[in-house]
Design a protein around this ligand. Sequence first.
Ligand code: AKB
Length: 315
Amino acid sequence: MKRILIIGSTGQIGSELSVRLRSIYGDGNVICGYFAPPFPEGFFESGPTVEINALDIDQIAGAVKKYKIDTIYNLAAILSATAEKNPKLGWDVGVGSLMNCLDVAREYKCGVFTPSSIGAFGPNTPKDNTPQDTIQRPNTVYGITKVLGELVSDYYYNHWQVDTRSVRFPGIISNVTLPGGGTTDYAVEIFYKAVKGEPFTCPVKAGTFMDMMYMPDALDAAINLMEADPAKLVHRNSFNLTAMSFDPEMIYGAIKKHYPDFRMEYSIDPLKQSIADSWPNKLDDSCAREEWGWQPHYDLEKMTADMILKLKTKN
Ligand code: AKB
C-alpha cells in the first residue's frame, strides 16, 4: 500500500485529491500537508495532517521520514495571473517547492507527482492539436517555472532514478474549492453566478479557446499516471492532457440550456487575455492515451449538468 504525502492539500485540486486518495489507499496512508486556512470541513478529523511550508525542505523531509512516505503529490502553486503580478512569489513557489520535493524524494526514494500546465507553452507553440513534444517558450513566470519543472523532473529521473511523473493540466473546473488567480478561473466562476441567478462578467474575449477538464477526470489523471506501469512510459515530464476545448460563448451556451435567462457580458482583463492568447487552443493528448490509458469521461455538456447539480445542492 502506498504511503502518500500531499503538499498543498487544501487547494483546489488538493482538497478533492486527498478525499479520493484516502478512499483508495486508506485514511491513515494519506498525509495531508497544509500551509494556510481556509481548511475544508472535517479536515483535521478525516486523517493525518501535517503543517508544511513547501519552501522549507526540513519540514518536507521531516514528514516523509515520520510517516514513511513513498509518494509525494506536490500541489503547491501560484497560478498564472497571480504569478504575473508577483513574479518573485511565483518563481519561489513554482521552483522552490519542486526542488525541495525532488531532493527529499531522491534521499528517501519517493515517487513525485507534479502538475505542469498548458501554461508551459507559449505564443510560438502550434496552437491547434499542440503536439506532445514541441516548442516551449512561454512568456509568463508561471510558464517558465512549469518548463523548468518538467526539465528538472526528467533530470532527476534520468540521473538519480527518482520516479517523477507529471501532466500538463488544462483549466480545471470544480465545485468544492475555488481556484485563485488563474487565467482559466472564469470557467469555474461562471457556474457560481449562473446558479445564484446573477449575470457573469467574462474577463476573456469570445473566441479565446483553451483546454479545460472537470475535476473527476483530473483526479483520475493524477492517480492513474502514478499507478501506470513504468515500463510503458516513454514520456514522463510532462504529458499533454485535455478533456474539452471551448471559448466563453460555448460555455455560456451550455449553461443557458439549463438557465435560459442567464446573461453574460464581457469586461476584458488585459493580463488574463494576454496570457490566454499565448496558450494553445487544444492539445493533442495521444501520448497519454497510448502510454497509460488516459481517457476523460466528461465533455462540456456532461460537466455542465453535473456542475449545476452539485452547486444547486450546495446552496
Ligand atoms: C491557470 O489558469 O493559471 C491554471 C492553469 C491552466 O495552469 N488553471
